[in-house]
Design a binder for this molecule. Sequence first.
Ligand code: DX5
Ligand code: ZN
Length: 219
Amino acid sequence: MTIIAPSILSANFASLGEDIKVVEKAGADWIHIDVMDGRFVPNLTFGPPVIAAVRSATKLPFDVHLMIERPELSLGDYIAAGADRITVHAEACLHLHRTIHAIKEKGLPAGVAINPGTPVAVLEPIIHDLDLVLVMTVNPGFGGQSFIPYSLVKLRQVRAMLDERGLNHVHVQVDGGINQETAPAVIQAGADVLVAGNAIYGQNDRAAAVAGLRLGGQQ
Ligand code: DX5
Ligand code: ZN
């Protein structure tokens, strides 16, 4: 079953709580929260206080995507704010193995994201420790960008890496440019968690958008 995770980067920040409730009602599974620091990525969003403020808006899990340098320094703040799972970028961690284990020791599922320019091979030494791999399908920083087709090759490589090791419990997430046109291909290539910003918040009927993404996977 494909998991649909709307990205609140495309929500109206003036009514974030309401916009989270809207996608919960629309049938979303996780709430994807894009934290950007203006350094690792050329954009700045929000941090723990805003996450804590909207935590009571939904019972859905908060899937926190940290696009920040040195995430190991603030993991505790995101967990206290209500993160249910945390994904860090391989490129942003000097000690990736240590950071993954720091997340797991705090009792949360740990994910590692790789940028479009990062080879899948960086996952090899840590793949056994992960709960989720995030294959970025755009360069991180902004919503509404176009899907990078080579991502499909990388998705197949990640899926093969997991299959060869019998790691069927590890989620494979995609993020960026996911819509009804690209969803079927990414699911076929091995993704089981679809993040979508514009393809959900950019539509008037969010329930139809969520259902459409799921349906895309069944074609
Ligand atoms: C990009 C973010 C994404 C973004 C996706 O850096 O990580 O989560 O919100 O937006 P869409 O689905 O509009 O490409
Ligand atoms: Zn994201």
